[in-house]
Design a protein around this ligand. Structure first.
Ligand SMILES: *Cc1c(COP(=O)(O)O)cnc(C)c1O
Length: 361
């Protein structure tokens, strides 16, 4: 990287001001209490769908832009390029426009129409690859070709965010829980795409010396769970996750296994059935990974009940369901993919009747 000129330095300062001013205009996200059938256990959903770009990737994109700007990696006029399964690209397209830079998203061809439309609406360009494992090299190549910067969320997510606090998602959750009957959660339940959110929350729990445990739910075909169980980082499945935003074909560099207390595999049909179940109970449409999170949270609630333990569980509403009307909310789309929700909907009904979610065997 060449040294920053005085002109570039002034441009960087203005870009940082715009990103900070945007944060200053934004409000914190809500923490909804969701009534569940397990007495003594309270479940909360941190609603990350209410960010200006509709998902928890708004926080990540802001952090990545500030990190890259302060490092001198983003220069006036140079395009920002990202490898993404969609949501990060939507949020980065927003910040690229805010600071006045071109944006290119390198994404799997399977990315939802709704997300592509959003990226283009923010002025971004979409570049497609067939295999989900091809996004990394292709994004690097595109950045070199156009003299741009490859943002590389999968490497930098865990370090671009200040895990000690600075109003990160973990600090916000603990502040919002302060007046609840169980203010310190027994469990926080999340899922992993970059792994950045679980790294931030897990480190914060340890740094603040909370007894709270962290569970990460993983969808079908994802490398994270095997990598965590075997304590290795070279697991490669090569398969695309059907739950957008989470589950990866390789263990991403931002996945910090050492801060995770437990992991759970959640079948895709269970995630989607629980997504619909949650939307009905909450009165707002949630996305697929929120279904994964809530299935895992109800599993944890059932285990707590069996152990005679009271307490609270906090999980994330990662994005809204409007982005998935032509996929997870479309019965024909599910049927084409052989996804049968009925057995999982029945288990959820049994949960409502008994307060115990039948476990997967
Ligand atoms: C990225 C993402 C996640 C996971 O967050 P990470 O911090 O990247 O691990 C969950 N749900 C959705 C919809 C996402 O886009």
């Amino acid at each position: 990287m060449p040294k920053t000129s005085t002109d570039d330095r002034a441009w960087i300062a203005e870009a940082i001001r715009r990103v900070e001013a945007d944060a200053n205009r934004s409000a914190d996200t809500h923490l909804h209490a969701l009534e569940i059938a397990t007495p003594g256990v309270d479940l909360y959903l941190k609603d990350e769908s209410v960010h200006p770009t509709g998902s928890l990737k708004h926080r990540l994109a802001r952090s990545l832009f500030l990190h890259a700007l302060c490092n001198g990696w983003i220069r006036p006029g140079a395009p920002v390029v990202e490898a993404s399964s969609g949501s990060t690209a939507v949020s980065e397209a927003y910040f690229a426009r805010l600071v006045g830079l071109p944006f290119v998203a390198v994404m799997p061809a399977s990315t939802s129409r709704e997300k592509i439309a959003l990226i283009e609406w923010y002025g971004g360009r979409c570049h497609f690859v067939d295999s989900p494992s091809a996004v990394y090299d292709e994004a690097r190549r595109v950045a070199e070709e156009c003299g741009g910067h490859y943002m590389d969320q999968f490497t930098y997510a865990e370090r671009a965010t200040d895990w000690r606090g600075n109003n990160n998602i973990a600090e916000s959750i603990f502040e919002q829980m302060a007046a609840e009957r169980h203010p310190v959660p027994t469990w926080v339940v999340v899922s992993a795409g970059t792994g950045g959110t679980s790294a931030t929350i897990g480190r914060f729990l340890r740094y603040r010396r909370h007894p709270t445990q962290l569970l990460v739910a993983d969808p079908e075909g994802s490398a994270f769970l095997d990598g965590w169980e075997q304590d290795v980082s070279d697991v490669v499945t090569g398969t695309a996750s059907r739950i957008e935003g989470i589950g990866r074909p390789r263990v991403e560099p931002s996945f910090v296994g050492g801060v995770i207390d437990d992991m759970l595999r959640v079948p895709d049909a269970a995630s989607i059935a629980t997504m619909r179940w949650t939307s009905d109970r909450l009165g707002r449409l949630v996305g697929g990974s929120t279904g994964t999170n809530v299935w895992a949270s109800l599993t944890v609630a059932s285990r707590m009940r069996e152990a005679g333990q009271d307490g609270s569980i906090v999980t994330l509403l990662c994005d809204g369901g409007e982005r998935y009307l032509s996929t997870y909310y479309d019965d024909a789309w599910l049927a084409e993919r052989g996804l049968d929700l009925a057995p999982w909907t029945e288990r959820l009904q049994e949960y409502e009747a008994t307060g115990l979610l039948p476990q997967i065997v």
